[in-house]
Design a protein around this ligand. Structure first.
Ligand code: NAD
Length: 332
């Protein structure tokens, strides 16, 4: 039975990855300091093959058993998280990646870094192929995240080239699904929280900026295919179906049967205008393509969010306001 270690395993993507790897017959070690993750994301896992370690990976850490695969997912990932934790975001990208790569070397494990489409910045090429070097503002508010990931990619390549480590780089595009935090500031959970509470759905700018949203199950399948392949170069993983944020807001309002109106707010600094993965490499090297449409994914996400919301509503006295509904920042 192979053993996989998932850093950031109690987060949104990490917890789905733990589920998937266990289903696949792996033993799973989940490492997380719960900075933006939550034990509730892994609370349903009650299996001997699963182990949770509450560790901050920015300091040296050791694992007392063999490890075959490392999925390095730990990092603040939403714009409001890395705005709140700028130094931590840089430290996780640097020290956290160093420590995880060092562990991979000691264990002779295959290593995957969860990188991001944000390494392309506000792209001047569309759609974005892996060969594009990007257009990143290093000193803007998003710089701490974008540059941390670019550094983490450089570090991963240095371990591959100099240390002979077996590594790969997943460039993840916007992904959504159950377990996203309603207040994490990313577009879909914010729209959902607002629409389910019949409160104004806040779109930045005129909503014409585009994103490509991938359903979580597809993304996780891609991460595992990549880490179990022999590929070393970066691979884009995302759904190439591109839509404007206004179209996404309208779809959420429609699918939630919401009475919410859509309102517009100022664009954040350095908000990318377009975002669409070129997934030719993932298709050619891994045989991977996304299977869920955005609507299918949204329906599943809404179905998972609705019982929780109803439970919360029935727990508050009738005179209290409905949960959610404050117009927070929306980013993707
Ligand atoms: P998340 O915030 O839900 O998960 C990140 C996890 O890392 C959390 O559980 C957090 O507690 C943990 N963590 C943070 N610092 C840590 C530390 N020092 N030690 C141990 N654990 C730590 O975010 P997510 O959306 O699941 O993103 C996971 C990874 O995927 C991130 O690396 C992110 O950059 C990348 N990614 C995500 C998306 C997306 O759309 N969700 C897109 C591109 C890249």
């Amino acid at each position: 039975m192979p053993t996989s270690l998932v850093t950031g395993g109690a987060g949104f993507l990490g917890s789905h990855l733990c589920d998937h790897l266990l289903e696949r017959g792996h033993r799973v070690i989940c490492v997380d300091n719960l900075e933006t993750g939550n034990l509730a994301n892994i609370g349903h896992i009650r299996r001997e093959e699963f182990r949770f370690l509450n560790l901050d990976i920015t300091t040296h850490f050791e694992i007392d058993e063999p490890v075959d695969f490392i999925y390095h997912m730990a990092s603040p990932a939403s714009p409001i998280d890395y705005a709140r934790l700028p130094l931590h975001t840089l430290k996780v990208g640097a020290y956290g990646t160093h420590n995880s790569l060092g562990l991979a070397k000691r264990k002779r494990a295959r290593f995957m870094i969860a990188s991001t489409s944000e390494v392309y910045g506000d792209p001047l090429i569309h759609p974005q192929p892996e060969s594009y070097w990007g257009n990143v503002n290093p000193i803007g508010p998003r710089g701490v995240y974008d540059e941390a990931k670019r550094y983490a990619e450089a570090l991963t390549m240095a371990y591959l080239r100099q240390q002979g480590l077996d590594t790969c780089i997943a460039r993840i595009f916007n992904t959504f699904g159950p377990r996203m935090r309603p207040n994490d500031g990313r577009a879909i959970p914010t729209f959902l929280r607002q629409a389910l509470a019949d409160k104004p759905v806040t779109v930045f700018g005129d909503g014409s900026q585009t994103r490509s949203f991938c359903y979580v199950d597809d993304l996780i399948r891609g991460l595992v295919a990549l880490n179990e392949s022999g590929v070393h170069e970066p691979v884009n993983l995302g759904n190439p179906h591109e839509m404007t944020l206004l179209e996404m807001a309208e779809a959420v309002v429609e699918l939630t049967d919401s009475r919410a109106e859509i309102v517009f707010e100022a664009l954040p600094v350095d908000d990318p205008k377009v975002r669409q993965p070129d997934i030719a490499r993932a298709r050619d090297l891994l045989g991977w393509t996304p299977e869920f449409t955005v609507r299918d994914g949204l329906e599943r996400t809404i179905a998972a969010a609705t019982p929780r919301l109803e439970a919360r509503e029935s727990a508050v006295p009738a005179a209290s306001p409905r949960p959610g509904g404050s117009s927070g920042p929306v980013a993707a």
